[in-house]
Design a protein around this ligand. Structure first.
Ligand SMILES: *[C@@H]1O[C@H](CO)[C@@H](O)[C@H](O)[C@H]1NC(C)=O
Ligand SMILES: *[C@@H]1O[C@H](CO)[C@@H](O)[C@H](O)[C@H]1NC(C)=O
Ligand SMILES: *[C@@H]1O[C@H](CO)[C@@H](O)[C@H](O)[C@H]1NC(C)=O
Ligand SMILES: *[C@@H]1O[C@H](CO)[C@@H](O)[C@H](O)[C@H]1NC(C)=O
Ligand SMILES: *[C@@H]1O[C@H](CO)[C@@H](O)[C@H](O)[C@H]1NC(C)=O
Ligand SMILES: *[C@@H]1O[C@H](CO)[C@@H](O)[C@H](O)[C@H]1NC(C)=O
Ligand SMILES: *[C@@H]1O[C@H](CO)[C@@H](O)[C@H](O)[C@H]1NC(C)=O
Length: 226
């Protein structure tokens, strides 16, 4: 009457399929085995040509292969050299996330719009022709996964507008420069959003441990109590 083992086996089986793809703008590259590499899922070089992306409210579309996840969308205005490039500019100015604590439920396509103009980073020119790299962080019980896209800003609102892309979160707040420690109440889903999303890039490993440990403990308790 040990239910601990089947639980553990189930967890392992589902982790193999628990990934996501970045479908728009085009990803730098996808390798399921490296998708947990911070940064950019193991693809550390810029991929040319840069994709034009409507910077005033462009879509970011992913395909989730996990039934529940939290998504953060970061941006770097430099040629990124590490995870910290998505938190600060090369001279140390903080860069807020484009979107954060987006709780999604169910597998399939999800789309978020983001407005880079609203970030207002001192010293960063946000305009037609500005280069940037967008990084999507996908957090599930199996850990943190990353995908990047290298873009060139366009003010042409038609670019990307032909995607069938309705924002996955309907209640208000678009990208914001709000302080990152407050979980967004805008989510229509009930998934508890992890706090301090702004530190998520830098602290992926400890948080994986936090997420996995309770599951292991629960499994152990289940097998003991049966
Ligand atoms: C990335 O760029 C570096 C420096 O230009 C180069 O040495 C390396 O081979 C590149 N990596 C890949 C995967 O293309
Ligand atoms: C994007 O943000 C800028 C600056 O806050 C604002 O002026 C503009 O209206 C926003 N664009 C959209 C489409 O919401
Ligand atoms: C960072 O560099 C940019 C461009 O060189 C400059 O405009 C901006 O003021 C600098 N920011 C800080 C905080 O030094
Ligand atoms: C933008 O990126 C392209 C390709 O990497 C590069 O050729 C161009 O000089 C960059 N533009 C600016 C303003 O840095
Ligand atoms: C804007 O983008 C659309 C879609 O890519 C394109 O058809 C159109 O020609 C562009 N407009 C301008 C002024 O570049
Ligand atoms: C949207 O338009 C672009 C450029 O015109 C095209 O490459 C792309 O296939 C279109 N996407 C869809 C979903 O129609
Ligand atoms: C973030 O927090 C700081 C200090 O608490 C505050 O001054 C600032 O206005 C806040 N920014 C936003 C966008 O809420």
């Amino acid at each position: 009457m040990k239910f601990g083992l089947p639980l553990a086996v189930l967890a392992l089986a589902s982790s193999a399929a628990a990934h996501f793809t970045l479908d728009y703008p085009t990803t730098r590259g996808f390798d399921e085995d490296k998708e947990d590499d911070n940064f950019c899922g193991g693809f550390s070089n810029v991929s040319l040509p840069r994709q034009p992306w409507y910077y005033r409210n462009g879509p970011v579309q992913i395909d989730s292969h996990h039934d529940s996840a939290t998504v953060n969308i970061y941006i770097s205005f430099d040629v990124p050299t590490g995870s910290e490039s998505f938190l600060k500019t090369s001279n140390g100015t903080s860069v807020p996330p484009l979107r954060q604590n987006l709780a999604i439920k169910g597998e399939g396509e999800f789309c978020f719009h983001a407005n880079a103009s609203s970030l207002d980073v001192p010293g960063v020119r946000v305009a037609d022709g500005t280069n940037a790299t967008i990084m999507v962080e996908f957090i599930s019980v199996h850990g943190h996964l990353y995908q990047c896209s290298d873009v060139s800003f366009t003010s042409n609102a038609s670019v990307g507008a032909n995607l069938t892309c309705t924002d996955s979160l309907t209640s208000g707040s678009t990208s914001s420069s709000s302080n990152s420690s407050s979980a967004s109440p805008a989510s229509t889903s009930s998934t508890p959003a992890p706090s301090k999303a702004n530190g998520a890039v830098a602290t992926a490993l400890p948080r994986i441990a936090l997420l996995v440990l309770p599951a292991l403990l629960a499994g152990a308790l289940a097998s003991v109590s049966m």
